[in-house]
Design a protein around this ligand. Structure first.
Ligand code: PNS
Length: 178
C-alpha cells in the first residue's frame, strides 16, 4: 500500500424517494467509517419517482445537516462514472433481507466491471428497519396511516402533504423496491 494518504470517500447511492429512517441509519454508519460520504440521488430506470431529484436532495440535506462529512448530490448518469469522477473508493449500500441480495449482487458486479477501483460494501440494516422501504412509507401515507415511525421528523409534513394529493396507482410495494 502507498504511504501517500488519500481521503477515503464513499458514495451512498439510491433513489431515496423519500429518504427513510433506514437510509439515515446507513448514511450515519457510513459517515462513521469514511472521511467523506457523498449521498447520491440517482436515477433508477425501473421506478417512477414521486419527488423530483432536487426535492430528494433537499430532504436528505435537511436530515443529515448534523453530519459534517456528508454531502448530497444528484446524477442522471451511471453510478460508476460518478464514483470515478468523485475519487471514491467505495459504494455503500444497506442490505435488508435476502430478497435484496440478488439485485444488489448484480449491481455490485456490474459496478465492479465498470469501475474496478471501487468496492461495493454492504451494511446490514438494523433489525428494526428490516421491513422498511420508501414504497411502504408511500403506501401507508397515501391511505392516511401514520408515517412518523418511518421517516425523519423534519420531512414528515412534506411527505404527507405530497401523498395526500396522489392516486394509489402511483404506489407499489415490491420486494426489492425501496
Ligand atoms: O434505491 P435504489 O432504487 O435501490 O437504488 C438503485 C440505484 C439508483 C443505486 C441504481 O439504479 C443506480 O445505480 N442507478 C444509476 C444508473 C446506473 O449506474 N445503473 C447501473 C447500475 S449497475
Amino acid at each position: 500500500m502507498s504511504s501517500e494518504s488519500k481521503p477515503r470517500i464513499a458514495v451512498c447511492p439510491g433513489s431515496f424517494d423519500p429518504v427513510t429512517l433506514g437510509h439515515v441509519d446507513i448514511i450515519q454508519r457510513a459517515a462513521a467509517i469514511f472521511e467523506k460520504v457523498i449521498v447520491l440521488v440517482s436515477i433508477n430506470p425501473t421506478k417512477q419517482p414521486m419527488f423530483s431529484p432536487e426535492e430528494r436532495v433537499e430532504m436528505i440535506r435537511t436530515v443529515t445537516r448534523n453530519l459534517d462529512n456528508v454531502e448530497v448530490e444528484t446524477s442522471g448518469g451511471l453510478l460508476a462514472d460518478f464514483v470515478k469522477k468523485s475519487g471514491a473508493t467505495a459504494i455503500v449500500k444497506g442490505l435488508r433481507a435476502v430478497s435484496d441480495f440478488e439485485y444488489e449482487f448484480q449491481m455490485a458486479l456490474a459496478n465492479k466491471k465498470l469501475c474496478p477501483e471501487a468496492e461495493t460494501i454492504f451494511l446490514v440494516t438494523r433489525s428494526e428497519n428490516m421491513y422498511l422501504s420508501s414504497s411502504m412509507v408511500k403506501q401507508i401515507g397515501y391511505f392516511g396511516g401514520d408515517i412518523y415511525d418511518f421517516v425523519p421528523a423534519e420531512i414528515q409534513d412534506k411527505i404527507s402533504a405530497r401523498l395526500s394529493g396522489l392516486g394509489a396507482d402511483r404506489i407499489t410495494i415490491e420486494g426489492v423496491e425501496n
